[in-house]
Write a protein that binds this ligand. Structure first.
Ligand code: FAD
Length: 469
């Protein structure tokens, strides 16, 4: 993910990997005639709303079963909260970017598609908070000390998440801590002022501020990284060579499903026998079942009949995706060099990651949770960066405010206190003939592309039987 999942820089793994050429898995394609005759009443068996990784995975899985699938996507592009673009002549990712072998679905997908991987280079040094401002540290010193603090912060993870793929496995223990925010945990640790700065920056920004994010969400990610600081830092190393959009396109091409871009969905009506989806432009499509693969924060913008369950409405209004999440690319003229920058909770730019050095300038990527910061305004971004690097001169910026994006209404998912024990199980279940897919409701890597794929597979499974009735 970004940001602090983003906070880590690769300490151990680097170098460019060559294309992965594992043999593609053999998939059984059923002939349409093997499905029930009644489904032929409509042009499509299943309608998938949303062409992010959850939606296209569900569509591809349903097509493998021989079903006829229509994808309705609001934007003029696929990929949702991943988006490969360009800035200053460089390929850049405006949303999700890094993948890791521990994320088995997406890793396998990259292998199956024969896509190469690039490892982003590690920083030579870091700029971290000191008692009076900021100072330079070696990566070993900075990540070593911060890793110790993170390990202490997460010491309950093995008890709470003994099986990270089944977050409710220790439900009784989990209930004792799920109401805590990251701030609650930080306060309970009795940290020195400096340790608080180093730890709050590594944890709070990920959840949209230490008061918003659930302590258990961070514990869950830590558990998925084998309760290990080095593995946790390492998850921000590898990215697909052709960009995330290339990976999404490869899955979509394999799916060979019908796709309608520029088709924001306005309403979804389930009459118990079939489901009708209407777009804002007035187009209407009916099928046996529907996979709603839009972010949780967007659910309340679609009219459902019957209405969404109380838990779903609550989840959407409370937010799962971090509402203030912004990502920004910067061309900088500074004396900074190949330096990873880390700020305490509450700074307008919370992380700056060095990506490429030029003769007179450098390319960095940063993250922000400050809604007042216009990440496309050079002067504003320069002021924010100068709080940390006083001689910074920002030459150009390109940013994406995911919270202001009407089809995301937030960035990566980071649950709030109480949502795991109070909502997750209920919102993963289908509602009539409608199933829900999005990384936000994954059991494992929620907040990552891996979670989107996991949820897409589950939703496809949930709706399949309607098509064969
Ligand atoms: C800044 C940032 C950095 C991140 N970094 C990483 C990372 O490094 N690694 C990682 O694995 N993950 C990362 N993530 C998270 C990852 O990008 C997401 O978890 C994942 O892409 C979500 O996929 P999804 O299919 O669940 O949702 P989305 O990608 O949001 O897809 C939902 C789709 O539904 C469409 N839609 C919405 N409303 C409607 C409507 N009414 N009608 C029709 N269509 C609609 C949207 O346009 C979108 O295409 C990051 C996210 C952000 C924002």
């Amino acid at each position: 993910m970004s940001n602090t999942t983003l906070s880590g820089r690769p300490l151990t793994r680097r170098g460019v990997l060559t294309a992965v050429t594992a043999a593609a898995a053999a998939h059984t394609i059923l002939r349409p005639s093997q499905a029930s005759a009644t489904r032929r009443r409509h042009a499509y068996d299943v309608i998938v709303v949303g062409a992010g990784f959850a939606g296209i995975t569900a569509a591809r899985d349903l097509r493998r079963k021989g079903l006829r699938v229509l994808i309705l996507e609001a934007r003029n592009r696929i990929g949702g909260r991943t988006w490969t673009s360009t800035f200053q002549g460089e390929q850049v990712e405006m949303g999700g970017v890094w993948v890791d072998p521990m994320q088995t679905h997406v890793w396998q997908e990259i292998e199956d598609q024969g896509i190469g991987l690039v490892a982003d280079p590690a920083a030579d040094r870091t700029l971290f908070p000191t008692a009076t401002g900021f100072g330079y540290f070696s990566p070993e010193e900075a990540f070593g000390r911060q890793g110790e603090l993170l390990t202490q912060f997460c010491e309950q993870a093995p008890q709470v998440f003994s099986d990270p793929t089944d977050p409710m496995a220790q439900a009784d223990v989990l209930r004792l801590v799920d109401s805590y925010s990251i701030r609650d945990r930080l306060n309970a640790m009795g940290l020195s002022t400096l340790d608080e700065k180093w730890l709050s920056g590594a944890t709070g920004g990920l959840g949209g501020g230490s008061d918003r994010g659930a302590y258990t969400q961070f514990l869950h990610w830590w558990a998925l990284c084998n309760y290990n600081a080095e593995q946790y830092y390492g998850i921000n190393t590898y990215r697909p060579a052709g960009g995330m959009t290339g990976l999404a396109q490869a899955i979509l091409t394999e799916a060979a499903a019908d796709l309608r871009l520029n088709s924001p969905v306005r309403s979804i009506t389930d009459n118990g026998r079939e489901v009708t989806v209407r777009t804002r432009a007035g187009m209407s499509y009916t099928a046996s079942s529907v996979v709603v693969a839009v972010p949780v924060n967007v659910w309340n913008t679609i009219d459902f009949a019957p209405g969404l369950s109380l838990q779903r409405r609550r989840a959407s209004s409370e937010t799962f995706g971090v509402p203030g999440a912004q990502k920004l690319w910067l061309r900088l003229r500074t004396s900074l060099g190949n330096t990873y920058v880390h700020t305490p909770d509450g700074y307008p730019v919370d992380t700056l990651v060095p990506i490429k050095q030029f003769a007179d300038s450098q390319l960095m990527v940063g993250f922000s949770n400050d809604r007042r910061l216009n990440v496309n305004n050079v002067a504003q971004v320069e002021r924010a960066v100068r709080l940390v690097v006083p001689d910074a001169r920002v030459l150009a910026v390109k940013g994406q405010n995911w919270g202001a994006d009407p089809y995301a209404r937030g960035g990566w998912s980071f649950r709030r206190p109480g949502q795991l024990t109070g909502l997750l199980d209920a919102i993963q279940r289908p509602q009539g003939r409608i199933s829900f897919a999005t990384s936000d409701i994954a059991s494992g890597w929620s907040g990552y592309v891996e979670g989107a794929i996991e949820s897409g597979l589950r939703a496809a499974e949930q709706v399949t039987h309607y098509a064969f009735r």
